[in-house]
Design a protein around this ligand. Structure first.
Ligand SMILES: Cc1ncc(COP(=O)(O)O)c(C=O)c1O
Length: 485
């Protein structure tokens, strides 16, 4: 996997000025360019070299050949990869590669051979052993000890009583809604900023989703807009703990009580998050989680529903298994689904549970690291962190301030040129074709802003030290040239 830069995007001719060099550096986002004369490599100039020369009184029209480094590291283009890698260091981040005539034909840097993914699972505990156990014993479908064990352990971790493991986080939402009796014609409030599964699950039931703006401080469903959108048909609210930050649960529960509404928490992104010391997912009549490969713990695909009452829990057990009676085999009292989790999935989940505290701690450490880098730039609103919340920091996401000299999409492009994958915040639901005609009284000012300016950074728990150094360096390089231009 290589980034998309071509050597030509790093070259500048010796008769150009340092102003021209800054433009090249600004575009390539590498903090460096290579100086040529008649096609031959004669020097290297970094943004640091240019800054120092400006401090020393040189003007922007100074020739690049006056400030370039004449002593620098370059290597023949046919140098073995391992040797090239050995020469790269925190002080030599880019090495021009030349042909036998000293013409630069390629270059090496850390990010050319390595891309930091936005998220990847860590599966090097007991996952393989437990999956092998399923295979060796033949328990590979949804019968088998791991399913019950995973339900019990995850429920205990969160402090929940009734847990139903299912095949993914989307069906978890659907099952929760159906088990609680949400049906055609009911209205369910859902925040504008979330993954589409939240609203899709409401639509599957025949209910009408009512999309509500988010609040500016937590990026979760706005209390004011909940009140604005309640009608005589409203039956439920689906708060989504976005990116790991809890919703305002006390206030939401109070509104629900006042209007006799059900609460279904979508906690897919909030494993490990707490509201006033209590795990999210334990407030509403139901709550759901996802264990997709990019979630804080994973089962490959997978999900879980928590219920407050035994009655809803027992209904969900029947619905999960085709609606089949628990006492009379192949007798169906209701139209159910096959939403069962397999023993193989649950086996992975049990192994992940052994490290859940470690994973949440790592996510929070990573967030502290990113907060310090982004705070230095002065152009970001850091992720929400209400004083009453423990943010699970599933996916570290910050908001780039407007008019700061670079757009969110330019920043994403430059990060990728430095070998760093990033992700834009979700598109607001109200803008997308399947959802834009549902009734709402919200104006979506906050969701629009966060969606346009929000950027997520690599958040795997196994991100390496050298990846973190590269990310930090990329931010410095990009924002130094933003300031200089
Ligand atoms: C907020 C939210 N809800 C629901 C889901 C659906 O989960 P799954 O992908 O496991 O179906 C996801 C994530 O994928 C999500 O982020």
């Amino acid at each position: 996997m290589q980034n998309s830069l071509d050597i030509n995007e790093l070259l500048i001719h010796s008769d150009k000025t340092i102003k021209d060099a800054l433009a090249v550096i600004e575009k390539n986002a590498q903090g460096v360019c290579f100086v040529t004369e008649k096609g031959l490599l004669i020097g290297v100039v970094t943004d640091g070299d240019i800054r120092r020369s400006l401090i020393n009184g040189k003007g922007l029209d100074t020739l690049v050949s006056d400030v370039m480094q004449k002593q620098f590291t370059s290597l023949p283009v046919n140098t073995p990869q391992a040797e090239v890698q050995k020469k790269l260091s925190s002080s030599i981040r880019h090495i021009p590669l030349v042909d036998e005539n000293n013409i630069p034909v390629d270059y090496a840097c850390f990010s050319r051979t390595h891309r930091t993914p936005i998220m990847q699972p860590l599966l090097n505990g007991n996952e393989l052993a437990y999956v092998s156990d399923c295979i060796n014993t033949g328990w590979i479908s949804s019968q088998g000890a791991y399913v019950k064990r995973f339900e019990k352990e995850f429920a205990e971790y969160c402090g929940a009583q009734y847990a139903v493991a299912v095949s993914n986080g989307t069906v978890a939402l659907h099952l929760a809604l159906v088990a609680l009796g949400i049906k055609e014609g009911d209205e369910v409030l859902v925040p504008d900023l979330t993954f589409a599964a939240s609203i899709n699950a409401i639509i599957y039931t025949g209910a009408i989703p009512v999309i509500v703006d988010v609040d500016k401080t937590t990026w979760t469903i706005s209390l004011e807009d909940i009140e604005k959108n309640i009608t005589s048909k409203t039956r439920a609210i689906m708060p989504v703990h976005l990116y790991g930050h809890p919703c305002h649960m006390d206030e939401i529960m109070a509104i629900a009580k006042k209007h006799n509404l059900l609460i279904i928490e979508d906690a897919a992104e909030a494993i490990g998050a707490k509201y006033k010391g209590q795990h999210v997912g334990t407030f509403g009549e139901a709550a759901t989680f996802s264990f997709f490969g990019n979630k804080t713990i994973t089962t490959g695909e997978g999900g879980m529903v928590f219920f407050k009452t035994k009655e809803a829990y027992e209904t969900a057990l029947v619905l999960r298994d085709h609606g089949m009676s628990k006492t009379k085999k192949y007798w169906h009292d209701m139209v159910g689904f096959n939403y069962r989790m397999t023993n193989l999935q649950a086996a992975i989940g049990c192994a992940q549970m052994e490290r859940i505290n470690e994973f949440v701690t790592e996510k929070r450490k990573l967030a502290a690291f990113y907060n310090s880098i982004l705070a230095e730039t002065g152009v970001f609103e850091l992720p929400p962190q209400a004083e009453w919340a423990v943010n699970g920091y599933w996916l570290y996401t910050a908001v780039l301030k407007e008019n700061c000299g670079i757009t969110r999409d330019e920043l994403m492009d430059k990060m990728l040129k430095n070998g760093v994958e990033t992700r834009a915040v979700f598109f607001p639901l109200h803008e997308m074709p399947p959802y834009k005609n549902y009734p709402t009284k919200s104006n979506f000012k906050n969701a629009d802003y966060i969606s346009q300016q929000g950027i997520s950074l690599p958040s795997s728990v196994n991100i390496t030290e050298s990846e973190l150094v590269n990310i930090k360096q990329a931010f410095h390089t990009i924002f130094d040239s933003v300031k200089a231009s």
